[in-house]
Ligand binder design. Sequence first.
Ligand code: GLU
Length: 477
Amino acid sequence: MTFQPPFQPRFRFAPSPTGFFHVGGARTALMNWALARRLEGTFVLRIEDTDEARNQPEWVQGIIDALAWIGIDESDPHFEGPHFQSANADAHVAAARRLVETGAAYYCDLTGQEVQDRAKELGITGYDGYSRDRGLDAGPGRVLRFRVPEGRTIVHDLVRGDVDFDNGTIEDFVLLRGNGAPMFLLANVVDDIEMAISHVVRAEEHLPNTPKQQMLWDALGHAPPVWAHVPVLVNEQRKKLSKRRDKVAIEQYRDDGILADAMVNYLMTLGWTPPGAEEAGSEIVTWSQIEADFALEDVNLSPAFFDVKKLTAFNKQYIKNMDPAEYLAAASAQLPPEWDRARFAAIAPHIQERLERLTDVPGTVDFLFWSQGDNAAEIDYDEVSWAKATAPEWSGPLLSDVIDVYDALASWDHESLKAAIEDVMVRFEVKLGKAQALPRVAVTGRAVGPPLFESFEALGRDETLRRLRAAFRRLGS
Ligand code: GLU
């Protein structure tokens, strides 16, 4: 999209507060944000809070916080809002009144049941236009309906191209409920008009609403906005992501140790491939590249699979690429307060490359913080790993040998620790992996973990030897 100055496009993100922030919502918000920033336009946040029963002030704050987490920052000059749909109720009703005056809308006194009964009788679906020419005034229980004109409605959609709707398949839809409350279709359009929205970029599930909304723009005397409906997110079974079945709340991913940058990068490359990504063999791109290159016209038309495994792989890359100081601060924040930060700092760089999530940190290094010294609790060995590591008949003599050489070691650093075990390995004619197996289980309780000699170094001579000896005693008993 290119625009001539001074045209400044106005995008909007219009969530209904529901108590959590859907990853699909985050994706459309980011698309709007990328375009608003690149085109020097505005991103309007409008909270569609007209469903009073479902509204809670803290949910609005939740939306603002979640947006901030993915980099959509209230203090950025491209950000406008939040506006609240509920504050605009008078304008919704006034617009409805104008539509009555011009004949574009009319009142109907049929109840929902009566509408259904008529449809059954006539063998049609939906409302048959019964009150079109009855000239009813407003009154209690009477809904206001839009008079759908004959013909076709063509929606120009940046993602999907032209979508052609036969108006004959669209019933005269309701604008005001029987109690006078505006319906979503009307409120959403009136707000978009009042907020001078030029681009409506939203999820595909709203596409069936679009011909109706376009007719409303028209009936209210305005040219419709540019539309773009982006394909929905689906799960492994190719079903639309649902809050009952799938993990959809962005807050949950944040709390589970996904980094904001990884989430943003992943969401933006769902159904969109950044230029050059194929040649580079990687979709890891910076936000400024996304902002420079993202185009709705390039968004893939098929539903996008929200693949948590792929998101996790992105996250691993992002953790790996984190600046060391930033990484250390973020990783340390995951630790219980009583764990010694200096000891963690010694091992932290050695686990950075293997973490999939920051929340994996405590479980990866916990063995360094088990109680120590004479009163230390027994190590909680993983029995399968123990059995495997102690199966060879040379395992006992090897462990005893390791204890001796470590006891005599002049310098307790990972290089000396490794060299010492290499000597043992030569004597026992086994590979390093095998020679390490029992010492690892002895000290960490399990068969996999951070680099071993760095772990011994971080744990210190006394505690490492204490654990090796405890394992040796266990072996003999
Ligand atoms: N409040 C609507 C929703 O959350 C917004 C629809 C729109 O973007 O127009 O689905």
